[in-house]
Write a protein that binds this ligand. Sequence first.
Ligand code: 13P
Length: 295
Amino acid sequence: MLVSLRDICNIAEQNNMAVAAVNSASLEAVRAAVDVAEETGYPIIIQHAEVHESLVPINVVAPLVTSLAERSSAHICLNLDHCEHLSYARRALELGFTGVMFDGSALSYERNVDLSQYAAQMCADYGAGLECELGSMGSREGGDPDAGSTAEEAGAVYTDPDQAQDFIASTGLDILACSFGTVHGLYKGEPHLNFDVLREIRKRVNVPLVMHGGSGVSDEDYKKAIDAGIRKINYYTYGVKYAGDAVRAMIGEKTAENADAPVYWHDMTSTAYESLHNTFEHVVRVFANGAEPLA
Ligand code: 13P
């Protein structure tokens, strides 16, 4: 079933777990996400980032995901990720998205509040949920995935817990993306998460909290973050990297003895599907944090 961003995060809140929010810029990723949700019984959020429009157009991904979700037994949300243009958000809502992340984190605080407020009204008109970001992760989703960075190098600014309280009251958002040490893309070394920042935010606000830059974080840190109030974990870069690694290994095996041996496109897509399925299943089970399956 297709559910709103607000409802799926509330399910996570009630079960002291986090929902995996997987960016799905290919048919294989969409299929893997839906299959894992159905097989495990845990909810999943399928995300389309505005910067991925060139990989998969929104008017292709929206009918695909909404039709799969509507006939599925699993709880599935279709969320627009890192939207910086309100016209694109409206397009997504018209196409049936059930959540929007409006990202005004690069703007001044006042401008972020104004546009997030507008986005909240727009989402409410369509019965969708709204996620906004306060503080900054520094690096942007879809930036150079090979760069590899720490939060300091990316120029991250941690979310201010007091400002978070004001931001939520002023905008009417449903869930809040926080900056507390994760970065988008590949990590250079071990990520250092600041759980104190997260705990302070949690003390002051009563909306579900979101971790961006979630891939590449250890299972132990996921659990700590969930215990500190994270209810949605955005996961992309490492999943597609593992899938790429698997495709490279498969090609290596097929061509080991004969460099001209054919490698068919469906060999690549099925290898990628299998890898993405394994990765999503692993994180969905870790993020469930011991909760019983729901569907
Ligand atoms: P990663 O690509 O670093 O996993 O981050 C995903 C994300 O935060 C999408 O918004």
